[in-house]
Design a protein around this ligand. Structure first.
Ligand code: ADP
Ligand code: MG
Length: 359
C-alpha cells in the first residue's frame, strides 16, 4: 500500500480511578472522536509530518537517527522508532493528522496520535503485531521517546474500543475484555474549565501513600487487598483513606462488570457516583467545580450516575446518561454550572465507539 488513512479514537475513564499504578483494574470507553492520519510512502528514510491547525511541515531524515525534539512530532516519531526496534523498519513516510478531539480535554489525544501513527505505518510497510503489542509499543513510545510516564489505559482503549462496549483493562496482567453497554446509554463529558496547577506533588504523594498502605498490609500492591482487609489493618487514617479509594475502585469495577452482564446498567451509574464520593472523602482529588458538576448531573432525570474522570484536581466529569435525554441534561447542567461557578463548562455528548483495530 502506498497510501492509507487510519483513525484512532480518544478515550474516557469510566471507573477505576488511580488503580493503574496499584496493579488494578479499570473501565474506559473509546469515543467516536479522535485523530485521523493520512499517510503516504516516501523514498528511503524521508519523513514529513504535519497536523491541521499547526503551521508548516516538519521534514526529517530517519537515517541520521531521530532525537527527541520536545515538539508534538515526538509522538509519531517515537512510534516509528519503536516499530523499527520491533523489527518493522518502516521506510520513508509522510503523515498528515487531523483531530476531532477538543484541545486539553484530557481525552487522550496523545494515545490517539500514537495509535493512528502505528496503524498507518503498519499498513504502509506491512507489519503484523497483536493488538496488545500495538498498545504496548505506543505506550513505550510515549514513555521512552516522548518522556511522559503514562500507563497502558490510553493506548489500550484507543486500540481495543468497541461500539456499545466498555474496555476492561487489567493493568497487572495487561489483558482486556469488552463489556457490553446498552446502546441507549451515552456518555456526557463535561469539562469544568478549571485545572488546578499541581505544585505540591499531589500525584506523587498519593502514589507513595498507596505503596505505603500495601507495605503495611504486606501485599505486593493494593490490587491484592480488599477493603475489608484494609479496614482490619492498623495504619494512619490518611494512608488508610487513600488506600480505601483504590481497593474500593477495584471492587466497584468488578461489581460494574457484573451489573452490566446482568443487564442492570443503573448499578453502573450508582457505582460511578460512589466513586466520586470516594474521591471526595478518601482520595481528596476532587474540586468544588467537579463536585458541583456531579451534583447537578446526578439530579437530572435520565442521568444514571456521574464522577470525575482521570487524575482529578480539576478537568472533567463523565456522566452515564440516557441518550434520549442527553441534550436536555447537558443544557441544564451547563446553564446551572455557568451561573454558579466562576468558570465556563464545555460539554461533549459521546458514545462508546470502536477502537483503531477491529477484532
Ligand atoms: P491528552 O493525551 O490527555 O490529550 P497529553 O498532554 O498527553 O494530553 O497530549 C497532548 C499532546 O499531544 C499535545 O501537546 C501535542 O503535542 C500532541 N497532540 C495532540 N493532538 C494533536 C494533534 N491533533 N496534532 C499534533 N499534536 C497533537
Ligand atoms: Mg496523553
Amino acid at each position: 500500500m502506498t497510501e492509507t488513512t487510519s483513525f484512532a479514537p480518544g478515550r474516557v475513564e469510566i471507573l477505576g480511578n488511580h488503580t493503574d499504578y496499584n496493579g488494578g483494574v479499570v473501565l474506559s470507553a473509546a469515543l467516536q472522536i479522535g485523530i485521523t492520519a493520512i499517510a503516504r510512502r516516501l523514498p528511503a528514510s524521508q519523513v514529513q509530518l504535519s497536523s491541521e491547525g499547526i503551521e508548516g511541515v516538519e521534514t526529517l531524515n530517519r537515517s541520521t537517527g531521530l532525537a527527541r525534539s520536545g515538539k508534538w512530532i515526538d509522538y509519531p516519531l517515537g512510534v516509528a522508532e519503536m516499530l523499527a526496534r520491533a523489527g518493522a523498519e518502516p521506510g520513508g513516510f509522510s503523515i498528515h493528522f487531523s483531530s476531532t478531539l477538543p484541545h486539553g480535554a484530557g481525552l487522550s489525544s496523545s494515545a490517539a496520535l500514537e495509535v493512528a501513527t502505528a496503524v498507518a505505518l503498519m499498513r504502509l510497510y506491512p507489519f503484523d503485531l497483536a493488538r496488545m503489542d500495538v498498545a504496548r509499543l505506543c505506550r513505550r513510545a510515549e514513555n521512552e521517546f516522548v518522556g511522559v510516564n503514562c500507563g497502558l489505559l490510553d493506548q489500550a482503549s484507543s486500540v481495543f474500543g468497541k461500539k456499545d462496549h466498555l474496555v476492561f483493562l487489567d493493568c497487572r496482567s495487561e489483558t482486556v475484555d469488552a463489556i457490553p453497554l446498552p446502546p441507549h446509554l451515552g456518555l456526557l463529558i463535561i469539562n469544568s474549565g478549571v485545572k488546578h496547577a499541581l505544585t505540591g506533588g499531589e500525584y506523587n504523594e498519593r502514589r507513595e501513600q498507596c505503596f505505603e498502605a500495601a507495605r503495611l498490609m504486606q501485599v505486593p500492591a493494593l490490587r491484592d487487598a480488599s477493603t475489608a482487609q484494609l479496614d482490619s489493618t492498623p495504619m494512619p487514617d490518611l494512608v488508610k483513606r487513600r488506600a480505601r479509594h483504590i481497593t474500593g475502585e477495584n471492587e466497584r469495577v468488578f461489581e460494574a462488570i457484573e451489573a452490566l452482564r446482568q443487564g442492570t446498567p443503573e448499578a453502573l451509574g450508582a457505582l460511578m457516583t460512589a466513586s466520586h464520593r470516594s474521591s471526595i472523602e478518601n482520595f481528596e482529588n476532587s474540586t468544588p467545580e467537579l463536585d458541583l458538576l456531579v451534583s447537578l448531573a446526578t439530579s437530572q432525570p435520565g442521568c444514571l450516575g456521574a464522577r470525575l474522570s482521570g487524575g482529578g484536581f480539576g478537568g472533567s466529569i463523565v456522566a452515564l446518561v440516557e441518550k434520549e435525554k442527553s441534550q436536555q441534561i447537558q443544557q441544564n447542567v451547563v446553564e446551572e454550572y455557568n451561573a454558579r461557578a466562576e468558570a465556563t463548562a464545555t460539554a461533549l455528548l459521546c458514545e462508546a465507539a470502536d477502537g483503531a483495530i477491529p477484532a
